[in-house]
Design a protein around this ligand. Structure first.
Ligand code: HEC
Length: 203
């Protein structure tokens, strides 16, 4: 019985492989999809009209309070800390961000608070690199009070927070851009406050 089925199986396998060979080739014909599953489903087009929402009859929704607009990500200076012509990092915190907080003092307050939440566990509250996580075995991060890190541009600090660096994870996905700038401000404040320590440590 089994032996009789073999030729059929063989032919079937050839037919299948011939069909499979057609995959990947471009064609202008409408594709034949026997099992349509979720190919077609009701959806709204962008900027379309809809009677579903009572407020303005459109499918696009107003931005929800507390969410981040993707548009913040299109300005290279604010979103990446890079100059618009991509020639390097911005040297100082963009004025638009300071204005957003209503002044440098407010920015620094926010930065201190965010630093305490996101950075101090590893970098410790003074930025020396002896945070609680390090005491549990994590690699010791470099102190912020060394010449190299004191001298990197604000935009590069911003990019380090956003993208992470070697063993440090990226915080871009967790911290909104203006808060990352506020943290940059706080790191700068720490560096100024520890300047005398830094001079002793790095001749
Ligand atoms: C989970 C621990 C951890 C957290 C949280 C963390 N870092 Fe780091 N950070 C590190 C480690 C480890 C390094 C060293 C990475 C390396 O070079 O291997 C580092 C390096 C750095 C550097 C030096 C970059 C350079 O050019 O060498 C800066 C600046 C920095 N972190 C800033 C921050 C700031 C600001 C935050 C808060 C948003 C933060 N880090 C959060 C672990 C952490």
């Amino acid at each position: 019985m089994k032996a009789q089925l073999l030729p059929q199986l063989f032919l079937g396998a050839i037919a299948l492989s011939a069909l499979a060979a057609c995959r990947g080739e471009t064609s202008r014909e409408t594709p034949i999809v026997p099992i349509r599953n979720m190919y077609k489903q009701p959806r709204y087009n962008m900027q379309g009209e809809s009677a579903f929402f009572k407020d303005d009859g459109r499918t696009m929704r107003p931005q929800v309070d507390g969410t981040i607009s993707r548009e913040t990500e299109t300005d290279p200076e604010l979103a990446k800390g890079r100059l618009a012509d991509n020639s390097g990092y911005v040297l100082t915190i963009p004025k638009a961000v300071v204005d957003e907080f209503g002044g440098m003092a407010q920015l620094l307050d926010r930065g201190e608070q965010r630093f305490g939440i996101y950075c101090a566990p590893c970098h410790d509250p003074s930025g020396g690199g002896q945070g609680i996580v390090v005491k549990h075995g994590m690699q010791v991060p470099p102190t912020f009070h060394q010449k190299r890190i004191r001298e990197i541009p604000d935009g590069q600090l911003f990019a380090t927070i956003s993208n992470g660096i070697s063993n440090m994870p990226a915080y871009g996905p967790q911290i909104r851009p203006s808060d990352r700038w506020a943290i940059v401000g706080h790191v700068r404040a720490l560096q100024v406050s520890q300047a005398s320590v830094a001079q002793k440590e790095t001749p």
